[in-house]
Design a protein around this ligand. Sequence first.
Ligand SMILES: [Mg+2]
Length: 217
Amino acid sequence: MPSLPVGPFLAVLFDFDGTLTHPDALDFPALRSAIGCAPGTLILEYIDSLPTEEERIARRNILADFEMAAARASVPNDGAEEMIRMLTSRGIGIGIITRNTRSSIMESLKNFRSVSEKDFRVIVTRETEGRPKPHPDGVLSAARQLGVAPRNMLVVGDFVFDIAAGKAAGAPTVLITNGRTAPQARIPGTLPGTASTEPAADFTIRSLGELAGILGL
Ligand SMILES: [Mg+2]
């Protein structure tokens, strides 16, 4: 049995889309088709790789339109608001790390009833300095801003990049499956900055309410 990080868990860093919100708000196949990005190719990295600034700007505008539509349509994930309130009431620092934009997150948060931007001490987006997930930069930066060591900060997400970024930063990781039998945790090829395609999370949960058990709340 692999050894688990022991905690104590003093902070929680959440992925946003599909973790704090219900999954599938963004239609990735339609988005890929609209920007000409093949399945299995990373969208942000694909756009960055285009040869001209004109092409990159055009694709970024399409991406922004898709993301904003998805943000407007998004709804809080099961138990998300309750878990955020529980964590803040216990003084556990919480943050968000996303490959999305800050404006998308702000738009999505309008659909939360009892949670707002103020509940998050740090929000790392793709506009934030440093490389996006699966690289560890944002996780390390968030831990610094939350005033905890990475080993004391749970990183929670629904995608392989969340787990890879957390592990690369030395943080304990939680994969949320949202009840899927095949977690959305597989992409072709080796992850940048890691040696594996499917890093195993330290914990796997079906929904956010199960975090209470991991945190000993
Ligand atoms: Mg996600």
